[in-house]
Design a protein around this ligand. Structure first.
Ligand code: NAG
Ligand code: NAG
Ligand code: NAG
Ligand code: NAG
Length: 301
């Protein structure tokens, strides 16, 4: 074979591999968010949040989570407080809209490793982040997709989000029952200084947290939404980013007590390091392919 065509092949292979990793934050079945705002919560359309998963303990919904690649799901550490080391009791369900009727698009996976942030503090709720490594990868479909993650705080700022949403099967009011159909609501990101005012959270919100909701409390996450996504749409890139992981709130929907989320941009390094094992396992084949191609090219010289 000619050197030129080999180089072309190598280049094509590299381009394919990089672009496949770039695909995130798209929802094939639902268009971009419109300009009309959603009041309160409502049933999410089919395929609206393809990265949203239900984390289930003995088949009962306990928390939300977000797919960030085909072998990893991001969720909250406090979801596991009573179940340390009990990964076999849990399962992760993607492609789900109605909890009671999973349907043909649902994909069920088990957990091979629970990686909780070592700095988690149950008093302050600081670092409420856990990465779940799955025992087998999700198949990406119209109903199952990964969300994008900001590279760092600067990137989060540049993205200049226009619309942010929360989603989950959590209760619609404090101490209520879980919802059967996935709910969604549009929320506003609330400035940290405002959220830390004495009449709000009074200094409890750190740089690693982000407040979102409405001042009136009319739109909020609630029990059972924990670990699920706060997702924002980038008009420039036309895709969704996971900006926060649902962490805590003072009851639900209380004025000046919006939902508080672990701010993913502040954990970019932690996420990169801790995802490595899973991604490297998935990419082992790719790496082998690249080195094989490279050695063929080198042999020709
Ligand atoms: C994933 O998709 C591939 C090809 O579309 C299919 O052969 C395979 O059975 C699927 N795996 C699962 C677990 O659904
Ligand atoms: C998982 O993702 C990796 C790349 O990130 C890819 O090489 C692999 O084929 C994917 N596996 C499945 C089953 O889709
Ligand atoms: C951010 O988006 C708004 C509209 O949503 C636009 O008016 C503004 O110019 C944008 N800012 C930057 C820096 O792109
Ligand atoms: C996760 O990342 C942190 C910091 O980047 C590192 O100290 C820790 O060892 C990592 N954990 C695992 C299990 O790789």
């Amino acid at each position: 074979m000619e050197l030129n065509s080999l180089l072309l092949l190598l280049l094509t292979a590299l381009v394919c591999l990089t672009s496949s990793q770039d695909s995130c934050g798209n929802r094939p079945l639902v268009g971009p968010p419109g300009s009309s705002r959603i009041v309160g919560g409502r049933d999410a359309p089919e395929g609206a949040w393809p990265w949203q998963v239900s984390l289930q303990l003995l088949s009962i919904h306990t928390c939300g989570g977000t797919i960030i690649n085909n072998l990893s799901v991001l969720t909250a550490t406090h979801c596991f407080l009573k179940f340390w080391g009990r990964k076999r009791l849990f399962r992760v369900v993607a492609g789900l809209r109605e909890l009671s009727t999973p349907g043909g698009h649902a994909q069920i996976r088990f957990i091979s490793e629970i990686r909780s942030h070592k700095g988690y503090n149950h008093v302050t709720t600081e670092n409420d982040l856990t990465l779940l490594l799955l025992s087998s990868p999700f198949n990406f479909t119209d109903h199952v997709q990964p969300a994008c993650l900001p590279h760092d705080v600067r990137h989060e700022f540049i993205l200049n989000f226009s619309h942010c949403f929360i989603s989950g099967w959590g209760t619609s009011y404090y101490k209520g029952e879980h919802m059967n159909t996935l709910q969604e609501a549009e929320v506003e990101l609330i400035d940290r200084r405002k959220c830390n005012l004495l009449s709000w959270y009074g200094g409890r919100i750190t740089e690693n947290m982000i407040c979102a909701g409405l001042e009136s409390g009319a739109r909020d996450s609630c029990q059972g939404d924990s670990g699920g996504p706060l997702q924002c749409y980038s008009e420039d890139e036309e895709r969704f980013y996971l900006i926060g992981v649902t962490s805590f709130g003072d009851k639900c929907g209380v004025p000046r007590r919006p939902g508080v989320y672990a701010r993913t941009s502040r954990f970019a390094d932690w996420l990169k390091t801790n995802q490595t094992a899973s991604v490297s396992a998935a990419n082992r084949l790719n790496t082998r392919l690249i080195s094989a191609l490279l050695s063929v090219v080198l042999m020709l010289f």
